[in-house]
Design a protein around this ligand. Structure first.
Ligand SMILES: C[S@@+](CC[C@H](N)C(=O)[O-])C[C@H]1O[C@@H](n2cnc3c(N)ncnc32)[C@H](O)[C@@H]1O
Length: 372
């Protein structure tokens, strides 16, 4: 039975149930029939209109069982009064449950680039199982996974805070509905990011395509309250195609030209690690820099809980250096294939020393309390 029914259809079904209930009341000797019918009736009554999906549980430890444990040997202290940034290794739902204790309504910007659910072994559901696209509930599982995290994200944001979510065509329709459900329809904007641009794509390796080449992705922008959000301008060149001209300030547009591409983001990792062949698909630093510039002031706290290679941290440090801001970042990522230590942490560390950033970094791991 589909529960995603129109109001009229719902009322018709409830009317039929009433007729069956009367019949069972008068004639049936099987008491459980009435019980079953009442269960179905309640299920239909409880269904709201809009996005309907199955809820899935995750094996997340209780808040009382976990804590953040600082790994002092990995701390980076380059400035006496350096800003305290955090890199948290662990499952991000657990991290969010811990962070909300201290950061409720204190985060200005959240930038996330979650697994796109493309079946590329990017989304581990419940920490043991990769999402299987043959599973007819794969959209439900992804939505359920995202809903829990986005609800806490909203509670973390300051009243004029903004959440940016990168996504591609696989889940864009589901994500928009989910974000509308959590943030309200009036608090959503959808941006298009051209992920290819020959001017940036010096080292791009062309992949074979089937029929239509997908040349863009999306960013869903969710405002805690759009009417009270303060928008700064973003930096780009006067003419998108003119690379010779210096950057100037312009209003953000729904098409995000000139903020780098998938290929240029890999070049950025290459500059640090000497290889483009890293298992994460990073986002360009310029993209995150412009999101942060546009949607918050110079003392903002920025959170990314799908941090991957740490682009968000790098972008925040870059922007602070550029405009003298005192923004801080909190990054969370799991340590799948040693990503957190070998890529995220290592990238931030190398960037700090290479570019003389004045940022300190704390490395924290989510651990069970009983392990102490
Ligand atoms: C698409 S990547 C993000 C890439 C990032 N934007 C960058 O520029 O490098 C998503 C990252 O989130 C991590 N991740 C996925 N599910 C997670 C979870 N439940 N908790 C913590 N990290 C998770 C993955 O390991 C992966 O590194």
């Amino acid at each position: 039975m589909s529960f995603n029914i129109s109001k009229k259809k719902k009322e018709e079904m409830l009317a039929k149930i009433t007729i069956i209930k009367d019949f069972i009341d008068r004639n049936s000797k099987v008491p459980s029939l009435m019980e079953y019918l009442i269960m179905i009736e309640n299920e239909i009554k409880n269904k709201k209109y809009g996005l309907v999906f199955e809820e899935y549980e995750e094996d997340i430890r209780n808040i009382n069982e976990i804590c953040l444990s600082e790994k002092k040997e990995l701390s980076i202290e380059v400035a006496v009064d350096g800003k305290k940034n955090m890199l948290i290794e662990g499952e991000n739902l657990e991290a969010l449950i811990l962070l909300i204790q201290e950061y409720r309504e204190k985060i200005n910007i959240i930038c996330i680039d979650p697994p796109y659910n493309t079946g590329n072994k990017t989304l581990k559901y419940n920490d043991y199982d990769y999402m299987d696209l043959e599973d007819e509930y794969d959209h439900s599982k992804w939505l359920s996974f995202m809903e829990k995290r986005l609800k806490i994200s909203k509670d973390l944001l300051v009243p004029n805070g903004v959440l940016f979510v990168n996504i591609d065509e696989t889940q864009i329709s589901c994500l928009i509905l989910l974000c509308e459900k959590i943030f309200g329809e009036e608090n959503i904007d959808v941006l298009i990011w051209p992920k290819m641009d020959p001017k940036y794509d010096k080292n791009r390796v062309e992949k074979p395509i089937f029929n239509v080449k997908v040349a863009h992705e999306y960013v869903v922008m969710c405002y805690k309250n759009k009417s009270s959000t303060f928008f700064n301008k973003m930096k780009r060149r006067p003419n998108h195609s003119d690379f010779g001209k210096p950057e100037q300030l312009f209003y953000m547009e729904t098409i995000l030209n000139e903020i780098g591409t998938t290929s240029s983001a890999k070049d950025e990792l290459n500059e640090i690690f000497g290889t483009r062949d890293i298992s994460i698909t990073p986002k360009p630093r310029k993209m995150i820099k412009e999101f942060v510039r546009v949607a918050a002031g110079p003392n903002a706290i920025i959170l990314d809980f799908f941090a991957g290679s740490g682009t968000t941290g790098h972008a925040v440090m870059d922007l602070n250096k550029e405009d003298g801001g005192k923004r801080k970042f909190i990054l969370v990522t799991d340590n799948e294939n040693n990503i957190c230590i070998e890529i995220t942490y290592e990238r931030l560390k190398r960037a700090i020393y290479k570019d003389n950033f004045t940022e300190n970094l704390k490395y924290l791991r989510i651990e069970s309390k009983q392990s102490f």
